[in-house]
Design a protein. Structure first.
Length: 81
């Protein structure tokens, strides 16, 4: 397994965040608003950076994303199909 610092990618969840967001028919702005109701403040531009794997996702952000997107942490991390 390569270290995250060895590549340009800053997370392993970005592509799955986008997949789940689109499955839930949410725009990046709508996802941002839903996260805000959980006291997790990620603006639309930061969601774009997450989806492009250019921004790190913290553990509490990951859990909030799972709740809003209705997926498990294992799925979001690519451990489940």
């Amino acid at each position: 397994m390569k270290l995250i610092l060895d590549s340009e990618e800053r997370n392993i969840t970005g592509s799955r965040v986008k997949i789940a967001r689109l499955r839930n028919n949410l725009t990046q702005q709508q996802l941002s608003a839903k996260l805000e109701t959980l006291a997790v403040y990620i603006d639309r531009a930061s969601i774009s950076k997450i989806e492009q794997q250019k921004r790190i996702v913290t553990d509490y952000e990951l859990l909030a994303l799972c709740e809003v997107l209705k997926v498990s942490p294992g799925w979001l991390l690519g451990l489940e199909k």
